[in-house]
Design a binder for this molecule. Structure first.
Ligand SMILES: [Zn+2]
Length: 385
């Protein structure tokens, strides 16, 4: 792929409204999102539909896209930690991805500028394993509402396992966010699934109506068909972390959503021996490429009743009184954070705090810390990048 421009396209509706940012290729070996954005802007240019708000398409890691590799020096999608972002304007570490991060952040700041109203962010990925497309969101009520416009499985909690993902950084700033996995890197269908996801995002954000274009109508059917009888909601329960020294080898034949049984040997690593699963679950993002620190993830179905219950509990703002319980206390100097002493609060699991809208922060031997998500029910007055 030749060097792409940072801004792949922009289309402004006749009426004001939300801003939808779509990013393709934050991983350089995942060009499908870039191609899909190019197709969408071509259709918008030709048909000039009536629209509310604005859509902007961005390319992620330009240097790595050109070199057709996930990244050159470090993973651009693990670099969005608040301290690093604060220093990025002046950071000189010789990394290609430091330049990429600075340029991408500048481009996003220019676009976001003084926009009033909701900002949506769609992050387009593909994976080294085959399988049906799916979406990932940080579990806020606002993200869930957006995700309902996408008839694909929606995964909760992936971001809790990854440090420094752009999606989570923007989520914490008040953007409504979604990651979309379009299938295997080189599959013919990935560009089409990404294109469908972008059209659905335009509808979900309120920029277009279902009936505006043939493309918006077809997008639902394309994604619905791909889902088949897979569950609508799943939660990540486990991440198998690896380092380059592990020589991790996934056993062949796993796809996204493959069912695994308890104790099934799914991978080998010379230092650790055979790697077995802990429980019956579905495998996600099994690693079949050289680069990356995530061997695989395990996910379980989430019951619709759990979603309803948690929405009710969050609207009631039960998080405000949770520190009245024995063994549960506020963390000094960390607003919104709660410390749970497992020796006292023997009933407590991270799951219970998920219901109340908390995100897992750290787990220690006999306690864990969770923090309430900031923009769960309502967005900020103004979104600053
Ligand atoms: Zn990716």
């Amino acid at each position: 792929m030749s060097r792409q421009p940072r801004i792949l396209g922009r289309y402004d509706g006749q009426e004001g409204g939300p801003l939808l940012l779509c990013l393709g290729g934050i991983h350089g070996n995942e060009p499908a999102g870039v191609h899909a954005l190019q197709r969408v802007f071509e259709v918008l240019r030709k048909t000039q539909p009536k629209m509310r708000g604005t859509i902007v398409g961005l390319a992620g890691n330009l240097r790595a896209l050109e070199a057709k590799t996930r990244y050159l020096d470090r993973d651009l999608n693990r670099a969005w930690l608040p301290d690093r972002v604060a220093q990025i304007a002046t950071l000189e570490d010789g990394c290609a991805e430091t330049l990429e991060q600075r340029e991408l952040l500048d481009a996003m700041r220019n676009v976001v500028g003084t926009h009033h109203g909701e900002i949506y962010f769609l992050d387009l990925h593909t994976s080294s394993a085959e399988g049906e497309p799916f979406a990932c969101i940080g579990d806020t009520i606002r993200n869930r509402k957006f995700a309902r416009s996408f008839p694909v499985p929606v995964i909760l909690g992936l971001e809790e396992q990854l440090e420094g993902a752009l999606l989570e950084h923007l989520n914490n700033l008040g953007f409504i966010t979604m990651g979309f996995e379009g299938g295997e890197h080189h599959s013919n269908s990935a560009v089409g699934f990404h294109e469908a996801a972008i059209w659905r995002a335009l509808v979900g954000a309120g920029c277009l109506d279902d009936e505006t274009l043939t493309e918006t109508r077809h997008a639902t059917a394309i994604l619905k068909k791909s889902r088949g009888d897979l569950p609508q909601w799943l939660g990540i329960r486990y991440r198998h972390a690896i380092t380059d020294e592990d020589n991790f080898q996934m056993r062949p034949g796993y796809r996204n959503f493959s069912q695994v049984s308890k104790g099934e040997i799914v991978a080998d690593a010379p230092a650790q021996g055979e790697i077995k699963t802990y429980y019956r679950s579905r495998i996600l993002l099994p690693l079949y490429q050289g680069k990356g620190n995530d061997g695989f993830f395990l996910a379980l179905d989430v019951a619709p009743a759990w979603l309803t219950l948690s929405r009710w509990m969050r609207r009631m703002r039960l998080d405000r009184i949770v520190h009245w319980l024995p063994g549960v206390s506020r963390v000094k100097d960390e607003p919104g954070a709660i410390r749970v002493n497992l020796k006292v609060a023997r009933w407590a699991t991270v799951e219970i705090f998920h219901l109340l809208g908390f995100r897992k922060r750290r787990i220690h031997g006999d306690y864990f810390i969770v923090r309430r998500r900031k923009f769960d029910l309502k967005g900020p007055e103004r979104t600053n990048l």
